[in-house]
Design a protein around this ligand. Structure first.
Ligand SMILES: C[S@@+](CC[C@H](N)C(=O)[O-])C[C@H]1O[C@@H](n2cnc3c(N)ncnc32)[C@H](O)[C@@H]1O
Ligand SMILES: *[C@@H]1O[C@H](CO)[C@@H](O)[C@H](O)[C@H]1NC(C)=O
Ligand SMILES: *[C@@H]1O[C@H](CO)[C@@H](O)[C@H](O)[C@H]1NC(C)=O
Ligand SMILES: CC(=O)N[C@H]1CO[C@H](CO)[C@@H](O)[C@@H]1O
Length: 294
C-alpha cells in the first residue's frame, strides 16, 4: 500500500490540481494510513494480550456472595427498606400523583400461573414473615401471597423486586398499559392494584434490577422466609437471580420459582435450577409448573 502515494501524486500533477489541494490530500492520506496501521498493529501484538488461565474465568461464573450481613429482625424489615430506599416514608403516600392518575385503571392484574396451588402449599408450610419476590409485573402472585398470609392471620411483608419495565416489546400484549415518553406505567399500575386491594401495609415495591436489589438486601441483612424467583427466564438471568436470592434465604426457608418446564432459552430456568441444586447438593421438587427447593 505504501507504493500508492507517489502514484497518486503523479495523477494529481497530471490533472493539474492546485498544489495546495494535492498536498492536503496527501497529508490526509498519510494520516489515515497511520491511523489504520496503528490499529491493526495493536490487535496483532501478542505481547500486549494477557493470557487469563481458563479456570479463573470459570470460577468467576459460579462465585456469588453467600454470606450476608447479620439479619434484620422481620419486624424491622419494612422500616429498613423505607429508610434505605424511600427516605423514611411510604411510597404509597399521596398515591397516585396527579400526572399518572388518569393513566391508570382502578385495577389491572395479569399474571402467569400466579394462583397455582404451590403458593398456598408453601405459605401454609413456611408461615413466612418476610416474602421476597424477584419478578412481580402487575403483582398477581405477590397479591395472592399477601392474601394467603392474611387468611392465615400472619403479619407478612412481601418485598417486590422488579424494574417494572416488563421486557422489550411487552406492550404488544399489554397495549392498555400507558406509556409516557417511553416510560411505561407498570410500577404505578402495580401500586394502584395494591392500593385498590388495601394491601399497602403488606406489599412494598423495590423498583430496581434484580441483581442490584439483591446485592443491597444482602448488604442490609434483609432475609426472606419464602423467596419466589420469577424474573428473567433466560439461563444467565435465572442463574444469577437464584444464586443471589439463595443468600437471602433464612435457615429453614423455601426458595421456588415459575417456568421450570417452559422452553425459553432452551429451558434456561430449568438448567439454572438444576445446576444450582447439583452444585449445592440440594433436592429440586416440583409443584405444578414451579420448582421448589427447601
Ligand atoms: C413473568 S413476570 C413476573 C410475574 C409475577 N411473578 C406473577 O406471577 O404475577 C417477570 C417480571 O420480571 C421483571 N424482570 C425481568 N428481568 C428483570 C431484571 N433483570 N431486573 C428486574 N426485573 C426484571 C419484568 O419486569 C417482569 O415484570
Ligand atoms: C427526606 O425526608 C426529610 C424529612 O424526614 C426531608 O427533610 C428531606 O428533604 C427528604 N429528602 C428528600 C431527598 O426527599
Ligand atoms: C378496602 O378498604 C375500603 C375502606 O376501608 C373498603 O371500602 C373496600 O371494600 C376495601 N377493598 C377491598 C378490596 O378489600
Ligand atoms: C504490557 C506490555 O507488554 N505492554 C507493551 C505493549 O506494547 C508496547 C509497544 O507496542 C510496549 O511499549 C509495551 O511495553
Amino acid at each position: 500500500m505504501k507504493e500508492g502515494h507517489p502514484k497518486k501524486l503523479v495523477m494529481f500533477s497530471v490533472w493539474g490540481l492546485p498544489r495546495f489541494a494535492a498536498y492536503s490530500f496527501i497529508l490526509a492520506l498519510v494520516y489515515a494510513l497511520g491511523f489504520i496501521t496503528s490499529f491493526t498493529g495493536k490487535s496483532k501484538s501478542p505481547e500486549n494480550t494477557t493470557q487469563v488461565p481458563p479456570q479463573f474465568l470459570e470460577s468467576d461464573l459460579v462465585r456469588f456472595r453467600t454470606k450476608c450481613s447479620d439479619p434484620v429482625p422481620s419486624t424491622l424489615v419494612r422500616q429498613t427498606i423505607l429508610d434505605k430506599v424511600y427516605n423514611g416514608s411510604s411510597p404509597y403516600h399521596g398515591f397516585p400523583p396527579s400526572h399518572t392518575l388518569g393513566l391508570l385503571k382502578p385495577k389491572r392484574i395479569k399474571g402467569w400461573g400466579s394462583y397455582g396451588a404451590v403458593f398456598e402449599n408453601l405459605v401454609r408450610r413456611v408461615k413466612p414473615r418476610i416474602i421476597i419476590e424477584v419478578g412481580t409485573f402487575l403483582g398477581a402472585s405477590a397479591i395472592h401471597m399477601a392474601d394467603l398470609s392474611c387468611d392465615l392471620g400472619l403479619k407478612t411483608q412481601v418485598i417486590c423486586i422488579d424494574d417494572f419495565r416488563g421486557w422489550p416489546g411487552f406492550r404488544e400484549r399489554f397495549k392498555d398499559i400507558s406509556m409516557v415518553n417511553g416510560d411505561v406505567m407498570l410500577l404505578h399500575q402495580f401500586m394502584q392494584n395494591v392500593v385498590y386491594l388495601n394491601l399497602t401495609e403488606q406489599i412494598l415495591p423495590l423498583p430496581f434490577s434484580t441483581s442490584s436489589a439483591l446485592v443491597k438486601l444482602c448488604e442490609w441483612g434483609v432475609m426472606g422466609d419464602l423467596i419466589e424467583v420469577d424474573a428473567g427466564h433466560d439461563f444467565h438471568s435465572a442463574w444469577s437471580d437464584i444464586n443471589m436470592a439463595y443468600a437471602l434465604l433464612r435457615p429453614g426457608g423455601v426458595i421456588f420459582g415459575h417456568d421450570y418446564f417452559t422452553s425459553a432459552d432452551d429451558r434456561g430456568v430449568r438448567r439454572a435450577v438444576d445446576l444450582f441444586a447439583r452444585r449445592k447438593g440440594l433436592f429440586v421438587g416440583t409443584d405444578g409448573q414451579h420448582w421448589v427447593i427447601g
